[in-house]
Write a protein that binds this ligand. Structure first.
Ligand code: B3K
Ligand code: ZN
Length: 878
């Protein structure tokens, strides 16, 4: 095949024409939809001057084209590939375009499509061009009005962005609604919904006293699962006012839940469309993690109203302008709603297991990429999560007030505009008279920086010398890296664990007990004076920068930090480092055919955590969570699939054997008798109890299986039910099948719960798992066109089952590659995501490497490959 085009940031040109208003008329039918678009266009004074008008359009039939009321002749326009070009375009004029599209046949779930018999849309990034010919780019912002006409019995609810201005009957069983959005917006924020949906309504009064109607639409049968989403929405609206001074700006805010959705949710102006996974929840069907996910995604999409919608991106290279910033905002929201320390550690875990791996692989790209083939492939952990870390570093460097000043200036300066990440950083710098010149490299340079720290205490001179150095490994297309501006939050702890007063050489007096050191050079030395005792440094507190830190800690230092560091992140990290050391040495033993040795110091440390009742139980649960197999894989030069699994399980079982009674006591102590509560304390106790269960189950003793089975049978909530079922399903025992069948029989009507059932089976580290996955693909509840099902079954197998996917036979690879090829024709976005499971192929042993390479090559030779899949496969092989 001929390679699809690459788009480069350096080629950016402002649009030649702007659209002032866009009127859309939809006529929805059972086999098709007719769309009429009327664009009021004018020459962009900042553009290249008069010339042809080029519109984007894909998969549609052009049925009419008029300029200022006059039908255009065939020689006045040209359709080539995915564009429509008008050679002669006056400086201003009204263009009327009639197209016919087929939402019923749209399996890519981009543009207008059907889900569960309802119509809905997904336009970001470039889905609007499947609805009408249009300058489908974010720097063209227009005022939209949308009229929808459809059968009234089938589609009683007709929604679009903005305010409802008119609605009525049309006789013949059809009806219509007219919506107007007063805020100019890019086409990617357009949305339409037509369907048979039930509504939950509430109101929110903004701090300036305006009342906003809040409507959440779901299927009738799900009305009992909306309360948490509504509560989250109101909390988010209040929080954005309090923390950032941002009020909602329309009279109505609507959320619609749909079952078929490529990602989590979409922030369309005034009409967010959500994957039902991020709306529907009640204790019986959703886990504590699901509840947290809903709160954060509802918050995230709501916060986009200011960071994304009012101020949007100039082009898609600037995606992190809205995504990194909005992830940062949703992380802060969640931190303020629950335990800040726990949320921070969870976020760091996710960043390390996904973004660090991305940065180390063939798709590594900067937070602001320089080129892409398919923009949908760049909705990545780098753009989102590393982008959020970059914002967080700005906060760390400026302090909370300075950061707020910068945000205020950003909103004041750029409201209503489509801007760049440079504009954002400039606002931050200007508001604080700060210099972010070097800092900007975080946006341009890919790869995870490695920071090394070593130190010396000089008892005679009472000084402590800390040397920090940095280097960023090469990434595709970026062989050489420059030093970054890295904030390293730190403190020095005395032998009792207290923070010591800090005085750098040259300072008159000590000031404070914690600092942010600014590392700007390749290597820098910081000398602290007046220290009567040798300190242990607490470094990268709160994970103040997205780097890999190599610090010269002894085993003793780690034990000390785990016991005493007042900074929760560093305390947790010390425990992780101890576990990592133990597992890495276990892997070496395993490789060498030696018996694995157990590190008794770890059992002491874990024992102390389990009996410490001062500890927040949620934090204790995190301390007990072993580093993920993916993160461990990332730490090895050559990934040892079996070794990681064996050594990690050996550590889990070793701890359980030594501490069985303590785990059992913790299990019992944290059992809740009362009714289910979402209060952080109760959530934490469930987490700790279920962590204890996972250790106890590793003993593979019949009474422990009974414990899990009893928990499964008695659970009144999905958190406890899933935790127990997961344990039962991931070990070979006589009750395994029984429990899985029971769960299915109970939840067969609930699609979201069945996703959990699929995922738990797909991630079982058991022989024969691939056969089970194959069988499950034939299960009546499985549906290849539904992204949630694909993610639950195939995605979980490919990314959440290292021993299954990487089975030495290569069958796991062949299976996933088959699915990628199948999905390529149905839903390229989902296919490309799945294909990402192969990205780390070069880091495996020669046999596995060859097997994965062969599958990638087979995929690349598939006829009619989508640009999405082409880009991932070709870059992976490059
Ligand atoms: N902005 C959307 C993501 C769109 C993805 C398009 N492939 C959801 C979000 O980040 O809020
Ligand atoms: Zn977002």
């Amino acid at each position: 095949m001929s390679a699809p085009n690459t788009i480069f940031l350096k080629d950016y040109q402002p649009p030649r024409y702007l659209v002032e208003t866009l009127r859309l008329d939809f006529d929805l039918h059972e086999t098709h939809a007719d769309v009429r678009a009327r664009l009021v266009l004018r020459l962009n004074p900042q553009g290249q001057g008069p010339g042809p008008l080029v519109l984007n359009g894909q998969d549609m039939e052009l049925r009419g084209l008029r300029l200022d009321g006059r039908a255009l002749n065939a020689h006045e326009y040209a359709i080539t590939g995915d564009t429509l070009t008008l050679s002669e375009m006056p400086e201003s004029g009204e263009l009327e375009i009639e197209t016919r599209i087929r939402p019923q046949e749209n399996t890519a779930l981009e543009g207008l499509y059907q889900s569960g018999g309802n119509f809905c849309t997904q336009c970001e990034a470039e889905g609007f061009r499947r609805i009408s010919y249009y300058p489908d780019r974010p720097d063209v912002m227009a005022r939209f009005s949308t009229r929808i006409e459809a059968d009234k019995a089938r589609y009683p609810v007709l929604l679009s962005n903005g305010n409802l201005v008119e609605a009525g009957e049309l006789g013949n069983g059809r009806h219509f609604a007219l919506w107007e959005d007063p805020f100019p917006k890019p086409s990617y924020l357009f949305a339409l919904v037509a369907g048979n949906l039930a509504q939950v309504a509430d109101t929110f009064t903004t701090r300036s006293g305006r009342e906003v109607a809040l409507h959440i639409y779901v299927q009738q049968k799900n009305l009992d699962k909306v309360e948490h989403a509504m509560r989250s929405l109101k909390l988010a609206m209040r929080w954005d006012e309090e923390r950032f001074g941002r009020e909602y700006d329309l009279d109505i805010f609507q959320i619609v839940a749909v079952d078929d959705f490529n990602m989590g949710a979409m922030e369309n102006k005034g009409l967010n469309i959500f994957n039902s996974k991020y709306v529907l929840a009640k204790a019986e069907t959703a886990t504590d993690g699901d509840f947290e996910g809903i709160e954060s995604v509802i918050g995230h999409e709501y916060f986009h109203n200011w960071t994304g919608n009012r101020i949007t991106c100039r082009d898609w290279f600037q995606l992190s302008l809205k995504e990194g910033l909005t992830v940062f905002r949703d992380q802060e929201f969640s931190a303020d709603m629950g335990s800040r320390a726990v949320r921070r550690i969870q976020d760091v875990r996710a960043l390390r297991s996904m973004q660090f791996a991305e940065d180390a692989g063939p798709m590594a790209h900067p937070v602001r990429p320089e080129s892409y083939i398919e923009i949908n492939n760049f909705y990545t952990a780098t753009v989102y999560e590393k982008g959020a870390e970059v914002i967080r570093m700005i906060l760390t460097l400026l302090g909370r007030e300075g950061f707020r000043r910068g945000m205020d200036l950003y909103f004041a300066r750029h409201d209503g505009q489509a801007v760049t990440t440079d504009d954002f950083v400039t606002a931050m710098a200007d508001a604080n008279e700060a210099d972010f010149g070097q800092f900007q490299r975080w946006y341009r340079q890919a790869g995870t920086p490695e920071v090394s720290a070593n130190w010396q205490y000089d008892a005679e001179n009472r000084t402590f010398t800390l040397t920090l150095s940095q280097r960023t490994p090469a990434t595709p297309g970026q062989p050489d890296k420059l030093p970054l501006h890295i904030p390293i939050a730190m403190a020095l702890l005395d032998p009792s664990g207290r923070e010591m007063p800090l005085q750098l050489e040259g300072e008159e007096t000590p000031a404070g007990t914690s600092r942010v050191l600014e590392l700007r050079e390749a290597a820098q030395t910081f000398r602290f004076v007046n220290l009567a005792q040798p300190p242990v440094p607490s470094l990268l507190r709160g994970f103040s920068a997205p780097v890999r830190l190599a610090a010269e800690y002894t085993d003793q230092d780690l034990v000390f930090l785990l016991a005493h560091d007042p900074d929760a992140f560093c305390r947790w990290e010390a425990g992780q480092q101890m576990a990592i050391k133990a597992i890495l040495s276990g892997i070496q033993d395993f490789r060498a055919g030696r018996r694995l040795a157990f590190n008794e110091a770890l059992a002491d440390a874990v024992g102390r955590i389990l009996v410490d009742d001062e500890l927040d139980p949620a934090f204790a649960a995190l301390l007990l969570a072993l580093p993920s197999e993916t993160y461990l894989a990332d730490l090895l030069d050559v990934v040892d699939v079996e070794g990681i699994h064996v050594a990690r399980e050996f550590l889990r079982q070793g701890l359980a054997m030594r501490l069985k009674d303590v785990f059992l006591a913790a299990y019992r102590r944290n059992s809740d008798q009362g009714p289910y509560s979402l209060d952080p304390e109760a959530v934490g106790r469930r987490a700790l109890r279920n962590a204890a269960l996972s250790y106890l189950m590793s003993l593979e003793e019949p009474d422990m299986t009974d414990l899990a089975l009893g928990q499964y049978q008695r659970a009144d909530n999905m958190t406890d039910s899933m935790a127990a079922l997961g344990q039962l399903a991931h070990r070979d025992s006589p009750v395994r099948r029984e429990a899985l069948d029971d769960f299915y029989a109970r939840w067969r009507e609930d699609a979201l719960v069945l996703d959990k059932w699929f995922a738990i089976q797909a991630t079982a580290p058991l022989p024969g798992v691939l056969d089970e996955v194959r069988q499950l693909m034939q299960h009546p509840a499985f549906e290849i066109r539904n992204p949630n099902k694909v993610r639950a079954l195939i995605g979980s197998f490919a990314r959440g089952n290292p021993t299954g996917f990487h089975d030495a036979s290569g069958e796991g690879y062949a299976f996933v590659a088959d699915q990628v090829i199948h999905l390529n024709a149905l839903n390229p976005q989902i296919a490309a995501r799945l294909l990402g499971a192969f990205n780390a192929w070069r880091r495996y042993d020669p046999q596995r490497r060859a097997l994965m390479q062969a599958q990638l090559e087979r995929i690349l030779q598939t006829p009619a490959l989508s640009p999405d899949v082409y880009e991932v496969a070709s870059k992976s092989l490059a």
